[in-house]
Design a protein around this ligand. Sequence first.
Ligand SMILES: [Zn+2]
Length: 142
Amino acid sequence: MRPDFPLPDISWEPTAEFWAGAARHELRIPHCEQCGRASWYPRDRCRFCGGTQFEWRTMSGRGTLFSWVVVTHAFLPQFQELVPFVPALVALAEDPAIRVATQLVDVAPDALDFEQPVRVTFRPLSFPGVDGEVVAPLFTPA
Ligand SMILES: [Zn+2]
């Protein structure tokens, strides 16, 4: 296990630009240079046309709530201080078929609803006993 687990590995090449963008407070998603479709999660080939070249674009950060759970029991000690927290899938406004795995913040878990408008917010992730932090695109009600 990496010593900085559960922080994301920002050096892993396929998603490095996602994390570099987040550090600049930009939500970055790769798009196929051949057909123009957004491609998330990153792959070697476009799932629509098989293209192999991708261009990272900055998204608006607007979206809708596709799915979520409310975590009330931490299965790992690093997450103990976070509970209750709300992992979620957010459908992006530019292409609702693109769903970003994220976390909702500044929400009342009982007040959430499907397709509720949300917007990105950039927050540092940090965990007790783990050195460093990583800025991540999280979402909050719009
Ligand atoms: Zn394509």
